[in-house]
Design a protein around this ligand. Structure first.
Ligand SMILES: Cc1ncc(COP(=O)(O)O)c(C=O)c1O
Length: 488
């Protein structure tokens, strides 16, 4: 049967129906961990579909291969790596970047692993608020998800370096090898930033003290935080972009930790988070290309590829086919925005978050959970009438005798959040996220929070008012429902 234009039009319309209801990421009222993609990055992604380069090898990607090298070098320079030595590979998501980091570390911990398979237990150390990518990676790499050691965090959601030291010593004493220490540079919920400088120094101390025959790999999960590297050389004193004080102070604090990012042996960057591209555009960056040698496949295994040409990343990559779209999307933003463009966008979002924190602090029925963090995310916990939010939270999170109260308030927050979702369906509420476990209490209970991750550059003060107002209305609704239920 012959297909004609009408068939094509119908098909396009039919598939378009599947887009209905999808969030408009650039909308001022969407507060989720995905930035609004710039037009140029969408076009970059589209080039990937139209021309369809495959970055496995330059025979299939031609000059898109160069784009990958260029984007990687730009990012290397941004974070403080030597662009001539560093090597970047775009991969399937932030999870992929962590997978690469741990894989390379595991090869250091057991040379020959790539061909021989695992001969001894290995551990991966990351904080208890690190993304579950650490679990996916250890599980999929065959180390077992139990190989991931969860290290407690301090109140600012950063890894507790003393606790890390204790865990590392215990593993070394048992003869376990360390595949990687993964620091989180911007955690998923709270934007906690690990003290990479201290972790790096700790690693050196332990290598020397125990005379380890390898240096455990230090990987930075910077998929959210990387973009703040644009402030490494910002002139905070002159403040040429006239960033308002509150946001400027937060940025200074963020920079304190992020400026040491280059201490990581490898790191992950997500352009689809704080880099304003469409999903998924993730870059794994190794400080030194040599680190990838242990994961080189023998060319004999790939007789159909790599007979000639100058760029053959497919020799190392997990994937065979890799679209050039994410590379071109990322490069487009790096070129278009430059440091000042990113600074403007990120500082705007941070400004909005600061405004939300300020307004939230004035409301007695909620408390801000991540008060010690400084990214563009605010995690809120709401309370019913007659409960003083700040003090109630302080007590229930530290006193195990308050377990039932904490649970009741967890349920309350879940109900309020679900109500905002219902309201959002009819346009009465902005869109935000619930976290089932902002963090655990010291007595092991999860703390539920409501999270506003502001990454849309169109979010304005009115959007912040709308968000808090929707929360207020949802809370009142749930209280009314609860009152009715207790009468019946
Ligand atoms: C800190 C962190 N690391 C890794 C990931 C995983 O990224 P992806 O969803 O792109 O695989 C996320 C996702 O939210 C994250 O927040």
């Amino acid at each position: 049967m012959q297909k004609n234009m009408a068939d094509m039009r119908r098909t396009v319309q039919e598939t378009a129906q599947y887009l209905e209801g999808q969030y408009t990421w650039s909308h001022p009222d969407v507060h989720r961990l995905h930035g609004s993609a710039t037009s140029v990055s969408i076009i970059g992604q589209l080039y990937g579909s139209l021309v369809d380069p495959n970055t496995v090898w330059d025979d299939l990607s031609h000059k898109t291969a160069e784009a990958e090298v260029r984007a990687s070098a730009m990012c290397a320079e941004l974070v403080g790596y030597d662009p001539d030595k560093a090597l970047g590979l775009f991969t399937f998501g932030g999870t992929g970047t962590t997978l690469y980091g741990i894989k390379i570390g595991a090869e250091k911990a057991q040379p020959g692993l790539f061909n021989d398979g695992l001969r001894q237990p290995m551990r991966v150390f990351a904080s208890d608020v690190a993304h579950y990518a650490k679990l996916s990676s250890t599980a999929w790499l065959g180390l077992g998800s139990q190989a991931a050691v969860s290290v407690p965090t301090t109140e600012d959601n950063a890894i507790d370096v003393q606790a890390l030291e204790k865990s590392l010593r215990s593993a070394i004493a048992k003869g376990e090898r360390i595949a990687a220490i993964v620091v989180t540079m911007g955690s998923t919920d709270a934007f906690g930033i690990d003290d990479i400088e201290a972790v790096h120094a700790l690693r050196l101390k332990l290598v020397q003290e125990y005379k380890l025959d390898y240096v455990p790999h230090l990987h930075a999960d910077a998929v959210i935080g990387w973009a703040y590297s644009v402030f490494n050389d910002y002139d905070f004193a002159q403040n040429p972009l006239e960033i308002p004080d509150a946001a400027l102070n937060s940025l200074k604090l963020v920079r304190e930790r992020l400026r040491h990012l280059s201490l990581a042996d490898s790191l992950g960057i997500d352009f689809h988070k704080s880099g304003y591209t469409p999903y998924a555009s993730s870059l794994f960056l190794a400080r030194d290309a040599q680190m990838l040698s242990p994961i080189r496949r023998d060319k004999v295994a790939m007789p159909y590829l790599f007979q000639f040409g100058e760029y053959d990343p497919g020799i190392y990559t997990l994937e065979c086919s890799r679209s050039g779209g994410p590379v071109l999307a990322a490069l487009s933003n790096l070129i278009l925005l430059g440091k000042d463009g990113f600074r403007g966008m990120l500082s705007h979002c941070l400004q909005m978050s600061e405004l939300m924190r300020k307004k939230a602090r004035e409301l007695p029925w909620l408390t801000v959970l991540n008060a010690d963090n400084h990214g563009s995310v605010v995690v809120i916990r709401v309370y019913p009438d007659n409960v003083e939010a700040d003090s109630s939270y302080r007590i229930e999170r530290s006193d195990a005798a308050q377990k039932a109260t904490l649970q009741a308030h967890n349920d309350f927050n879940q109900a309020v959040y679900m109500r905002t979702r219902e309201m959002a369906e009819s346009g009465e509420s902005p869109v935000f996220v619930q976290t089932n476990r902002y963090r655990d209490t010291p007595y092991g209970m999860p703390i539920v929070g409501i999270k506003f991750f502001t990454l849309s550059v169109f979010t304005d003060p009115e959007s912040i008012d709308r968000a808090l107002d929707a929360l207020r209305k949802a809370r009142e609704y749930v209280q009314r429902q609860n009152a009715l239920a207790s009468k019946n």
